[in-house]
Design a protein. Structure first.
Length: 138
């Protein structure tokens, strides 16, 4: 059996295997019509510890991401995590667990609020996490 290829900008919630719905759940509908729970403010845990909290989240199918404010951990730096790095979400604890180490996240391409939505930057981040996944699959 072939492993599922890593698609960085798509949610991989195991509870939704084969589904393309967002992993936030079906608990509410916001003013834009998006169904689910807003993940902004949720804490983010790497495989080896806490890295920060979600500052911004996108739920666009095929291009979803999280912007994580790392606080003092990386001198206040923000990082962009493609949705494909999300392993699970604990709604009760308000935590998102990602399948990367703190070092892998710290070494990711520098986040720039002016360019993070450009195709070039997204390609750079997507390539980083895809290569990272290929080298150290979870």
């Amino acid at each position: 059996m072939q492993p599922t290829p890593f698609t960085p900008w798509t949610w991989r919630d195991p509870a939704l295997a084969g589904s393309t719905t967002d992993p936030a759940g079906v608990e509410s509908v916001d003013e834009t019509g998006r169904v689910g729970v807003d993940l902004v403010g949720f804490k983010v845990e790497a495989t080896d510890g806490h890295i920060g909290s979600i500052d911004q989240a996108s739920y666009d199918v095929g291009s979803a991401y999280l912007v994580v404010d790392t606080g003092p951990w990386i001198f206040g730096r923000k990082v962009l995590l493609p949705a494909g790095t999300v392993q699970t979400i604990d709604h009760d604890e308000r935590k998102v667990y990602v399948d990367r180490t703190k070092e892998q996240i710290k070494s990711s391409p520098e986040y720039d609020k002016e360019t993070f939505e450009t195709p070039e930057y997204r390609d750079q981040v997507g390539d980083y996490y895809t290569g990272n996944y290929r080298d150290f699959p979870r």
